[in-house]
Design a protein around this ligand. Structure first.
Ligand code: TXA
Ligand code: MG
Length: 350
């Protein structure tokens, strides 16, 4: 059997020759190509079926690799790099001429991230180029947290998959835009708003993080406008205190079953018993929200395999990762709550 070094060497050669390699990171699996090669970027968009106005994140392994890729590093960005790199933080910075517009979806900014996963770092080092790497799912599907998820979506469309087992975090990196007056979180992740504020003083969540995109609005992270993470079934989010959520879910489930629908519940360990014989997936425990983040995408994929018509899901507002979990759940559900939010219409969902 080839050893790890040999496999990494082969993967790096694929990247250097313009090919695509899926690899594990601490957040989700990425689909990597040479970030400085416009043709590789085109291949990434084609493999994922991703719209080409949705820019890619460039992944680096060492701090000095930032300099050739950017025009400047604002002081806040430097502080955030020192605090959180390597780790699940992506920074938006003004791009240099070295970064092709094909990788940035035509933008003058570039998203940079230094992952901490050893396989990701070794692959970047061995390939010797920044890796452009979106999540390694086909566009619109939940991000892959295991190599098998990548194979499910992209077999035949990419050159190689490096299997590093299940990822640790399970939700994509926190994206912070440091190019404007205000420091903005464009996508919430494991690194929370509070942690960012502790380093830079003031920062805030972009409006799109917990709100339905308005029709014709241009979100700051182009990817946030697309319907995402979506299971094939209709999904409905139920809010309230955990015990009230369970009651409402039971009522909704009974009604839907009477209409002949196959119903499933996305629940927490604390509430599992309330649902009796209903088909349930226990995503994790409220006591440790990291378990919910880690399992969310694979639960959504499992529902797809079971031909469900309606998923009723508990919601998670609390805790440091609550915002990130709700951001993904709201996108998965197309912003559908059991009780409609005031002033919202169906316009703008894509
Ligand atoms: O954890 C992660 O970030 C994973 C792993 C593989 O590192 N990658 C990932 O990439 O989630 P992707 O392409 O699935 O999501 C990147 C997001 C998109 O919403 C995109 O619009 C946004 O980052 N983005 C990329 N470049 C940007 C830029 N220059 N300005 C604003 N948003 C940007
Ligand atoms: Mg993605």
């Amino acid at each position: 059997m080839p050893d790890a070094e040999e496999i990494l060497g082969r993967a790096a050669a694929v990247i250097q020759n313009g090919g695509l390699v899926a690899f594990p990171t601490e957040t989700v699996y990425g689909l990597g190509g040479n970030g400085l090669d416009p043709q590789a970027a085109k291949k990434i968009y084609a493999a994922k079926g991703r719209p080409s106005d949705n820019p890619l994140i460039l992944h680096i392994a060492e701090m000095q690799e930032v300099f050739p890729l950017v025009r400047e590093i604002p002081p806040a960005a430097k502080s955030l790099m020192e605090a959180f790199w390597p780790g699940p933080l992506t920074l938006i910075l003004p791009k240099s001429d070295q970064v092709p517009y094909e990788s940035t979806g035509g933008l003058d900014t570039v998203a940079l991230r230094m992952p901490i996963h050893p396989v990701a770092r070794e692959l970047i080092r061995t390939a010797g180029v920044p890796l452009a790497a979106p999540s390694a799912n086909s566009s619109g599907r939940p991000s892959p947290t295991q190599a098998a998820h990548v194979a499910e979506d992209l077999t035949g469309a990419i050159d190689m998959i490096l299997d590093g087992g299940s990822v640790e975090i399970g939700l994509e990196s926190t994206i912070v835009d440091v190019t404007g007056e205000d420091i903005l979180i464009l996508r919430p992740g494991k690194i929370s708003l509070e942690e960012i504020c502790r380093v830079v003083g003031e920062a805030r969540l972009d409006v799109g993080v917990l709100n339905k995109p308005q029709k014709d609005a241009q979100p700051k992270a182009p990817g946030m406008k697309y319907r995402h993470y979506a299971p094939r079934a209709q999904m409905l989010l139920v809010e309230g205190k955990p015990e009230n959520m369970a009651k409402e879910i039971l009522q909704l489930a009974t009604k839907a079953q009477q209409e002949g629908k196959k119903v499933a519940v996305l629940c927490t360990a604390e509430n599992r018993e309330c649902y009796g014989s209903l088909l349930c997936k226990t995503v994790g425990t409220r006591e440790n929200e990291e378990t919910i983040a880690r399992n969310l995408f694979s639960c959504l994929r499992e529902f797809d395999r079971e031909d469900i018509d309606l998923i009723l899901s508990e919601t998670f507002r609390e805790g440091a990762m609550g915002v990130a979990i709700m951001n993904r759940l709201m996108k998965a559900a197309g912003y559908c709550f059991s009780q409609p939010k005031e002033g919202e219409t169906d316009a703008g969902i894509q």
